[in-house]
Design a binder for this molecule. Structure first.
Ligand code: SAH
Length: 262
């Protein structure tokens, strides 16, 4: 009788032990999976994707594959797009596309131009150090920043008050003190600081605005898309020689319309 009790007790003990081992193993497994799915913070902080080397690599790749590969050669322009922090000019929700080969929405139905277009238009302006430049259509302020990497005197005007204000603030915060921004209708240029060595228009009027031609210095250059709104326009390079203007057509582009009363 006593033997039987001992055997039953021993069996019970073995069963309990087996159950204990089984449960511990099971729990161990679950823990491993949890660790894999929710990694604990690494002891050494890793870099955020929009800082340091990573952003430098994205920008370099943008310059090589989108801009140089399509024929932009001017070393000053290449240096400018290598330096201007494009990711600071896009909306947070488009941060992962800041260096992509496309325009991006910036609010108010407007867009920051594709990197290649910014570089190609800047190259057409043939800027020399000390040149005074006017941009019509500040938008995000990115094109103005690229211009400011090439010369020290940049004026930019924007017709939408909200965009004019935020771009001016952003440019200041980033240290682009050589850019002066104003909330103006750029169809009429910015008379106060005229004449300019070069004028760049980043929205499209349906005809050539006479005030912009008038505000060009002798020898000055105007780069402007002209054509019907909502369709393709022609990109024109206009050179002023005395009172004569020479026009070169650089092909089809797609810009948001130049608005305002005129
Ligand atoms: N250069 C900008 C892209 C701007 S998109 C950038 O780098 O982000 C064109 C801009 O031109 C828009 O912000 C639009 O509001 C502005 N615009 C349209 N008509 C204008 C006008 N008459 N005067 C000034 N800006 C104008």
């Amino acid at each position: 009788m006593r033997r039987k009790v001992t055997i039953v007790l021993a069996l019970g003990l073995v069963l309990l032990l087996a159950l204990g081992v089984y449960l511990t193993m099971g729990r161990g497994k679950v823990k491993e999976e949890e660790v894999a799915a929710f990694p604990s913070p690494s002891p050494t902080p890793t870099e955020a994707p929009w800082e340091g080397d990573e952003v430098g690599r994205l920008r370099e790749s943008m310059v090589r594959s989108q801009i140089e590969a399509r024929g932009v050669k001017d070393s000053q322009v290449l240096e400018a797009v290598r330096s201007a922090p494009r990711h600071e000019f896009v909306l947070p929700r488009y941060l992962d596309q800041a260096y992509a080969d496309r325009p991006l929405p910036i609010g108010y139905g407007q867009t920051i131009s594709q990197p290649y277009i910014v570089a190609a238009m800047t190259e057409l302006l043939q800027i020399e150090e000390g040149d005074k430049i006017l941009e019509v259509g500040t938008g995000s302020g990115y094109q103005a920043a690229v211009l400011a990497e090439v010369t020290d005197e940049v004026y930019t005007v924007e017709i939408i008050p909200g965009l004019a204000e935020s771009a001016a603030k952003r440019l200041k915060q980033l240290g682009y003190t050589q850019v002066q921004a104003a909330n103006l209708d750029g169809y009429y240029g910015w008379e106060e600081h005229a004449p300019y060595n070069a004028i760049i228009v980043t929205c499209a009027p349906d005809h050539m605005p006479p005030p912009l031609l008038e505000q060009l210095k002798d020898g000055g250059r105007l780069v402007i898309p002209v054509g019907p709104p909502g369709a393709y326009q022609s990109l024109w390079l206009v050179k002023r020689e005395g009172d004569e203007f020479r026009y070169e057509n650089w092909g089809g582009v797609a810009f948001v319309p130049l608005t305002g009363e005129h």
